[in-house]
Design a protein around this ligand. Structure first.
Ligand code: NAD
Length: 478
C-alpha cells in the first residue's frame, strides 16, 4: 500500500505524530493508500522551509524559474499514463477525462504561466516633467495554496504554477480525499531539480492544517478553491494577520435555454454542463431554466440524452460517468435527491445509486428533476453531484429573476440565437462568467472566478500573477 508522504524542504517525510488517514478507491472500495494526517508541527516545518527557500527563489531570475518549471511540465507529460490512472483511481472520474483533460491541463498550467511570466512587466506611468514614476511587482513571500478534490491535479497546479513563477515559495495543501496525484507531483519536482523548500506539500485534514496555515503571519496570502463554507472560515482566520485571500468557491449555476435556441446544441450543452465529472465541477449547470413554449420538447430530448450516458468502471476507456468521490459525498448527494422528492420534485430520469458489474463503489445515475420552485432548498443549495433540476420560465425578466435568486454567482450559460438578448442577459446575470451557446470554454488568459458567495478575486493570466505579487511604486525626481 502506498504511503502518501509530505514534501517538506525537498524531502518526502512522514507526519511527526505518526498518524495516517486511509485512502480509498471510490469505485472499488479498496484501501489504496495511507495519507499523512499532518498537524501543526508539520505545517510549521513546511512554513519554515518555505521561508528559508524564499531568500534564494524570490531573488532568482525569471529565466531560471521558467527553466525548472518547464521541466516539471515535461515530466507530467512523460508520465501521463500513470498520472491519469492514479487520478481516476483516487477520484472515481473516467480515465478518458483524466487523460484528455485533468493531466494535460496540469502540464499546460505550468507551461502557460512560464510564458505569461515572461510577459509580466513593470508599469511605467506618465507623470510631471522631471519625474520618473514606475511600479514594480515583487513576490509576496510564503504563500498558501489550498485545493479541492474534484479536479485534483488540475486545480492544484492552477495555483502553484503562477505562485512559483512569480517567485513565491509555497505551502500547498491538496484535498485529503484525493492526494495521490499531488504526491506524484512532489516526486516529479524532485526529479526536475526544484530546489528544496520552494514548494512544500502537506497532506491531511483541512481543519488541522488550516489552524496553522491560515493564521501564521509568515504566510502572506492564501489562494483557496473549495466550498463556500470553508472559504468563509479561511477568510475569517486569515484576517487576523491581514493575509491577501483569493477564494474560488461553490456554485448553483443556471443553464438558460430560450425558445429560439438551437435545440440540439442546447440539449447537448445542458447535458454536458449538468453531468460532466459526475456533476462535480463548480461550474456545472445544476439548474436548467427552459422557456415554456419549448419545455416539453426540450425535456424529452434531454432525458433521452441523459439516459445514453455510459456509467461504468472509471478505468474503462468507454466509461463516461464514473464513481462519486467518497462515501461521505455519495450519502450527501443521495440525501439531496431524497430532499428533492420530499419538496415535491418529480424525478424524470435517474435518481438511483447503481453498482456497475464487479464494482462495489459509489455510483449515482445522472438525475433530472422537475416541479420545484426556485425558492426550495434543492434549487438553492449546491449539491455538487449528477443532479439537475429543470425549471420552466416565461420571458427574459423571469429567467433573470430565477437565475439570480441564489446566494451563488459563479457562472451561467445562455442559449439563444438572438444576439441582443444574449448581451442583455450577460450584462444582468449575477455571475463571474457567462457563456453564450457554449459551456466551460476556457482560455487561460481570461479572468476566472465568481461574485456573491461564489468567490472573491480572480484567477487566470495577469489576475493570478497580480494576486501572487505586490506592487511598489517608485517615483524619482531628476
Ligand atoms: P472543501 O471546502 O471541503 O475543501 C477544500 C480544501 O480545503 C481541501 O483541501 C480541504 O482539506 C481544505 N480545508 C478544509 N477546511 C479547511 C480549513 N479550515 N483551513 C484550510 N483548509 C481547509 O471543498 P471540497 O469538498 O474539497 O470541494 C468541493 C467544493 O469546491 C464545492 O463547493 C465546489 O463548488 C468547490 N469548487 C470551487 C471551484 C471554483 O473554482 N470556484 C472549483 C472547484 C471546486
Amino acid at each position: 500500500m502506498e504511503k502518501i508522504l509530505n514534501y517538506i524542504n525537498g524531502e518526502l517525510v512522514s507526519p511527526k505524530n505518526g498518524n495516517w488517514i486511509e485512502g480509498m478507491n471510490p469505485a472499488t472500495l479498496e484501501v489504496t493508500s495511507q495519507i499523512c494526517d499532518s498537524e501543526a508541527a508539520d505545517v510549521e516545518a513546511a512554513i519554515r522551509s518555505a521561508e528559508s527557500a524564499f531568500t534564494f527563489w524570490g531573488q532568482s531570475s525569471v529565466s531560471y524559474r521558467v527553466q525548472v518549471v518547464r521541466k516539471i511540465a515535461d515530466l507530467i507529460e512523460e508520465n501521463i499514463e500513470e498520472l491519469s490512472k492514479i487520478e481516476s483511481m483516487d477520484n472515481g472520474k473516467p480515465i478518458s477525462a483524466s487523460k484528455s483533460v485533468d493531466i494535460p491541463r496540469s502540464a499546460t498550467n505550468f507551461r502557460y504561466f512560464c510564458d505569461a511570466m515572461t510577459q509580466f512587466s513593470s508599469e511605467c506611468h506618465q507623470t510631471d516633467p522631471g519625474l520618473i514614476n514606475f511600479t514594480t511587482r515583487s513576490p509576496l513571500g510564503v504563500v498558501g495554496c489550498i485545493s479541492p478534490w474534484n479536479l485534483p491535479l488540475y486545480l492544484f497546479t492552477w495555483k502553484i504554477a503562477p505562485a512559483l513563477l512569480a517567485g513565491n515559495t509555497i505551502v500547498a495543501k491538496p484535498s485529503e480525499v484525493t492526494p495521490m496525484s499531488a504526491f506524484f507531483l512532489s516526486k516529479l519536482c524532485i526529479r526536475a531539480g526544484l530546489p528544496g523548500g520552494v514548494l512544500n506539500i502537506v497532506h491531511g485534514h483541512g481543519h488541522k492544517i488550516g489552524e496553522t496555515l491560515n493564521t501564521d503571519p509568515v504566510v502572506k496570502a492564501i489562494s483557496f478553491t473549495g466550498s463556500t463554507q470553508t472559504g468563509r472560515m479561511i477568510a475569517t482566520a486569515a484576517a487576523g494577520s491581514f493575509k491577501k485571500v483569493g477564494l474560488e468557491m461553490g456554485g448553483k449555476n443556471p443553464t438558460i435555454v430560450f425558445a429560439d435556441a438551437d435545440l440540439e446544441l442546447a440539449t447537448s450543452g445542458a447535458k454536458r454542463a449538468a453531468f460532466s465529472n459526475q456533476g462535480q465541477i463548480c461550474l456545472c449547470g445544476s439548474r436548467i431554466l427552459v422557456e415554456k413554449s419549448i419545455y416539453s420538447d426540450f425535456c424529452h430530448r434531454l432525458i433521452q440524452k441523459t439516459r445514453e450516458i455510459t456509467i461504468g468502471d472509471p478505468l474503462d476507456p468507454k466509461t463516461q460517468h464514473g464513481a462519486m468521490v467518497s462515501g461521505e459525498h455519495f450519502n450527501k448527494v443521495m440525501k439531496s435527491i431524497e430532499l428533492a422528492v420530499q419538496e415535491g420534485g418529480k424525478i424524470l430520469c435517474g435518481g438511483n445509486s447503481v453498482k456497475p458489474e464487479g464494482l462495489a463503489g459509489y455510483f449515482i445515475e445522472p438525475t433530472l428533476i422537475e416541479g420545484l420552485g426556485s425558492e426550495c432548498r434543492t434549487n438553492q443549495e449546491e449539491i455538487f453531484g449528477p443532479v439537475a433540476t429543470i425549471i420552466p420560465f416565461e420571458g427574459e425578466e423571469q429567467a433573470l429573476e430565477i437565475a439570480n435568486s441564489t446566494e451563488y454567482g459563479l457562472a451561467a450559460s445562455v442559449w439563444t440565437k438572438d444576439i441582443s438578448l444574449a448581451h442583455r442577459m450577460s450584462e444582468k446575470l449575477e455571475a463571474g462568467m457567462v457563456w453564450v451557446n457554449c459551456w466551460m470554454e476556457r482560455d487561460l488568459r481570461t479572468p476566472f472566478g465568481g461574485v456573491k458567495n461564489s468567490g472573491f478575486g480572480r484567477e487566470g493570466g495577469l489576475e493570478s500573477l497580480r494576486f501572487f505579487t505586490k506592487p511598489k511604486n517608485i517615483c524619482i525626481s531628476y
